[in-house]
Design a protein around this ligand. Sequence first.
Ligand SMILES: Cc1ncc(COP(=O)(O)O)c(C=O)c1O
Length: 372
Amino acid sequence: MSKFIPVCEPFLDGNELKYVTDAVETGWISSAGKYVTEFEKQFASYCDCKYGVAVCNGTVALHLALVALGIGKGDEVIIPTFTMIASAFAVAYTGATPVFVDADKETWNIDVTKIEEKITPRTKAIMPVHIFGLMCDMDAITSIAKKHNLYILEDAAEAHGAEYKGRKAGSFSDMASFSFFANKNITTGEGGMVVTNDETIYNKARYHKNLCFPMDGNRNYTHDEIGFNYRMSNVIAAIGLAQVEKADTYKELRIKNNALYREFLKDIPGISFQPLHPDYLNVSWMNAIVIDPVKFGHTKDELIVHLKANGIDTRLLFNGMHNQKSLIDYGCDCSGQYLISDWLTQNGMYLPSASNLSEEEIKGICEIIAEF
Ligand SMILES: Cc1ncc(COP(=O)(O)O)c(C=O)c1O
């Protein structure tokens, strides 16, 4: 292909510049400013939630949510092993221990049939991660959480606008966390948000996000608890507001692009996608594929090299949490087998996934794969 195609560039084609310019021209560049509150309001509403708390990235959003739920040292939080490292690190920041569950071969999300065997008296929460924009089986997770009196914190970093049985990601749980990193369907470059319908949890998150300054606005520099400066600036929120205004458009573009990849690659043996199901609206954050090297005739690593030589950027899929030295050293139980997660890591990759990829570009990428 003549032009280099990056794996996922941001798409900023709305009011971003107008709102950022306004923030700069009016001097409202700190976290005090109308764009922060408006972004929180609009994004929470997009998730069918009452409250949003904007923060500086998705990792601290997870940490803040765990703190707001009161999770700390001695507690355990169940997470999928097949996830981005932030899900596990956020648990570790609180002093609690992440406990891993393998992925399900059908959905690539947490295997809900393996959650209960990991529950102990120390378990406080389940953190389902909606991998690549496909929501987890929230009915199953909700009923396990109810039975064992556990919190649910959705790590919805990759799933803006995703749905399960007609309900939005973020609206199922005590709290949910999103990332607005540059490759996300809605982006602020760096940024994150927690959303909730619970006013008490919301207020706790606001309090801890802002160094535990008194919530009544009193600036007497008296702090009753240890807090964090996780504030988002008004300049960043200005980008976020412009993005939320076009959230559905970006979602549709990602879904359309994923459908094109599926169509153009459907006759090539040995390539599979995350399955589709009528109960789930997969917002296709990334166009992830898994290669069966026997049927395809090459490994995914060979395909990555071939695509790179043709100017097409790709990425590996996550390496499971049970394989992370940092987490083994932290004391996580990484024994046992996580066969599906390892299969995804070994055979999976992302194809270019930006919202504004053209049909021609996707077709060109698929032709290069087909020729190979
Ligand atoms: C599942 C998941 N959780 C958390 C994060 C962390 O978000 P951030 O990169 O904004 O800190 C990411 C980021 O990609 C993610 O994919």
